[in-house]
Every structure is written in C-alpha cells, then in structure tokens.
Write a protein that binds this ligand. Structure first.
Ligand code: NCD
Ligand code: ZN
Ligand code: ZN
Length: 438
C-alpha cells in the first residue's frame, strides 16, 4: 500500500492560491500533507519532478461517458481511464445517455457504477427536461439530492423559451447551474460544417453562427430576467463571445466554456470531407477562432471543457452527412492548450490551468481543483516541454475520433493521482487500485 508519495522539485502551479513556484509536495494516506521547500522524509514513492508542472488534478465540466446505452462508444470504465490519461481527476458527465439521466434512480446508477469502475471522480449532470424531450421539467430537487451537480439537455437546446425560463427560475432554488447547449434547430437544419467559404467550396450544407447566437441571446435575456445561473456550453462564435462579454458587464449571472478545438482549429479542417473534424457546434472560421482566443484572454470565457464526445468507427464512417458529431477530447485537451495558448504566450500557465481546475469546480460547487494542505490529493504532473505526435490508435478512450490525429503537440501528462493513488504512472494507466504502480 502506498502511504506516502513525495514529489520533489516541481513547479507547483495552483491558481486557487495564486501559487507558482518550485517546491516539494508530500501526499500521505490520500491527502495533501505538506507543500514546502526541501521536504526530507521516507516515502513509498518518490517522483523527481525537476522541469515538470505539478497542478491540481484537472476538472472537466463537460464530457460524455456514454453509459448507459452507448457502451460501444465509451463506458465509465474506459472513459475515466482516458480522462486519467489526460490529467483529469474529476469529470462531470452529460445526461444524453439511453435512458437519459432524468431521475434520482439514474443519477444513483451512474454514481454506483462509477464507485465500482471509475479511475477518476465522476459527477453526474442531470437533464433539464424529462427524457430530454423539452416538454416537462425533470425533478431538480431529487436529481440534486442524488448527487447531480448541474442540469443540461446537452445535445439539444431547450427549444421552448417558456420551459427554459422555468428551468432557470426553478434551478435557483437548488443553486444549480443550467448548462445550455445553444442551437436553433431550424437554423442549423441539416448542416454538417460551419456555414461559410469552406462549406461553399466543398458544396456542403452549413450551420450558421446565428444558429448558436440566437439561443445565446435568448438565454442571456432569460438569465437576466430570472437571475438564474446560466452556463453556456461549447462557445464557438465571435458573436457569442461578444454577447457574453456584454452580459457580464451588465452583471448578468452567466459563465461559459469553450473547448480546445474552438481555439485551435477552424473549418478548414473539413477539407477532404474529414468526418473526424465534424463536431457540434462546428469548427468555425479563422476570425471566430481569434475571437475565442480573445475571450479566453480577457476572461469572458471562464472555462476550458473537453466536450469529450467519443464515437465508434461505424458511427463516424466516411459519409460526412451521416457521420455523428463529436470529438474524443480527454487525451489531447491539455496539450492543445499548452501548444496553442501557453506556448504562444496568450495565457500564462496559471491562467490556463485555472480554466481547467478551480474555475469549473467552483461553478459546479465541487471540492476539487486546488492543491491545499488537508484536501484529498488529486494531482496531475505534466511535462510541458515534451513534444509528441498524436496517434489516436493509442488512445485509451474507445473513441478514436480526433482531428488531431497525426498532429504535433506539446505537453504530456506523466502522472495522475486521485485521492493519493496513481491512476496514471509514467504515462501508463495504472492497474488495479493504483497501489501496485510505482
Ligand atoms: N458535441 C458533439 O458534437 N456531440 C455531443 C453532443 C453535444 O455536446 O452537444 C455528443 O453527445 O456526441
Ligand atoms: Zn452540446
Ligand atoms: Zn456535449
């Protein structure tokens, strides 16, 4: 049994306490025991972390683990190991499963399954409406009591504005955020990539930026009039960023996330009818990518979430019209951020890590995303300089659907520690309960 892990000489980056300095870290019996210069003691496992980042275990507030119902795409077992490989120690999973997570029983099911099989901490998100049908509110109080941390009909917008208004109002009683997937179905129609020059050139049906923006506008209006807690999922357009920026200036209760693919890739990835780049919302124009980056820089965009959306090969196929939307994101998120935001001097390491740790944890109200004495030891140890070529064949996730396949990225996760046990050791998934790996 590993009682003590001593991490020597790493660069400790903990945004919650504004810490960024080289120090040692001692983990004992599952908790962070000491953070100090030159800790001298016996340990069962010692990591020489010279040149490495020691950061709070990453927190992903938006992923799809696909269980129950879509086990050929991913399971709690495979998805949480993929998360660990990406440095995540806490993940919140979306309820667009079959059946959807719209009852106390379903939330409990996810939690029990995770307790048995997960490699990282799993926080279920409950549905806004029963069956994700957009007609009747789900029982928010019971979902919360069972352990749901937020509410979302992700995959679809709540089309009926009256229902969305009620949801924002009702969720206030339980202090739960409503995570809004913003998409006007009429405008998106059967588009497959961003509506723009690339779609025209390729002769593909486009999804206009307006399909996202009209619902972002509506939901901001509803948040303003109800005071409800609105969190906008996967922001992808310049117009959305600008509206959220204005809403925040007006003091409206709104937060938002973007995903690595929206600040690193544009619709030019659709060239060759590449189904791996098909995602909802779609990869946008280069000027949208610029606007997302400015939003990250000025703080309009609070969070970087993966929207890890694994699919099996048969649902991705070769036909861009029939292929499913989604990118398998856990295993590239951190390195895409390091490559496109930190290495380019857009964000300081601390600003970047904040968006993947304590900020999403605070929005969800979970005890995670910080390195503090006495807290459970959820830690990621990262080599920010290691360059590698992405090989989706080596993904731990069942979902090999990634547009980054073959691309060079910088930054590798070497160790992921959950409650003081290794979930990832030396870049390899730990076996058993993590005690046999060192
Ligand atoms: N983002 C996606 O392209 N797909 C998600 C749904 C969603 O996040 O809206 C999925 O569940 O596959
Ligand atoms: Zn969505
Ligand atoms: Zn999603």
């Amino acid at each position: 049994m590993i009682l003590r892990i001593l991490v020597k000489g790493g660069r400790i980056i903990d945004p919650s306490s504004h810490t960024d300095r080289v120090s040692d870290l001692l983990i004992e019996e599952g908790f962070i025991k000491v953070i100090d210069d030159n800790i001298e003691c016996d340990a069962d496992s010692v990591i020489d972390a010279g040149g490495l980042w020691i950061v709070p275990g990453l927190v992903d507030m938006h992923c799809h683990l696909r269980e129950p119902g879509y086990e050929s795409k991913e399971t709690i077992y495979t998805g949480t190991r993929s998360a660990a490989a990406g440095g995540f120690t806490s993940v919140a999973c979306m309820p667009n499963t079959q059946p959807p997570i719209d009852s106390k029983l379903m939330v409990e099911y996810i939690r029990l399954k995770a307790e048995k099989e997960a490699a990282v901490k799993v926080y279920p998100i409950g549905c806004i409406t029963k069956g994700r049908e957009g007609k009747e509110l789900a029982p928010f109080g019971m979902l919360k009591e069972a352990g749901a941390v937020a509410l979302s009909d992700d995959g679809d917008s709540v089309a009926n504005s009256r229902i969305m208004r009620l949801a924002l109002q009702y969720a206030l009683s339980f202090d739960m955020p409503i995570i809004a997937h913003c998409e006007d179905k009429g405008l998106a129609a059967d588009g497959v990539i961003n509506d723009g020059a690339v779609a025209t050139r390729l002769g593909l049906k486009g999804i206009p930026a307006a399909a996202e923006e009209v619902i972002v506008a509506r939901d901001i209006v509803l948040a303003a009039s109800t005071g409800g807690r609105l969190h906008i999922a996967h922001v992808s357009t310049a117009g959305s960023v600008e509206m959220i920026r204005q809403a925040k200036r007006l003091g409206i209760n709104v937060t938002c996330e973007t995903c690595p693919h929206y600040f690193s890739l544009s619709d030019e990835m659709a060239e060759g009818y590449n189904t791996a780049a098909k995602v909802n919302p779609p990869l946008r124009s280069p000027s949208d990518v610029e606007a997302i980056i400015s939003g990250l820089k000025d703080g309009t965009i609070d969070v970087i979430a993966t929207d890890h959306a694994p699919h099996d090969l048969s649902s991705k196929g070769d036909d861009i019209y029939n292929a499913a939307f989604g990118i398998s994101g856990f295993e590239t998120a951190l390195s895409v951020g390091i490559t496109y935001l930190v290495d380019t001097d857009i964000l300081e390491p601390m600003q970047f890590i904040a968006k993947m740790t304590h900020v999403p944890a605070d929005i969800l109200g979970i005890n995670a995303g910080q390195l503090s004495i006495g807290l459970p030891a959820d830690v990621a140890i990262v080599d920010p300089y290691a360059e590698y070529t992405v090989d989706t064949g080596k993904f731990i996730s069942n979902g090999k659907n990634s547009p980054y396949d073959g691309m060079r990225l910088k930054g590798r996760v070497l160790y992921t520690i959950v409650n003081g046990r290794y979930a990832l050791y030396g870049g390899q998934i730990a076996k058993g309960d993590g005690n046999d790996n060192r």
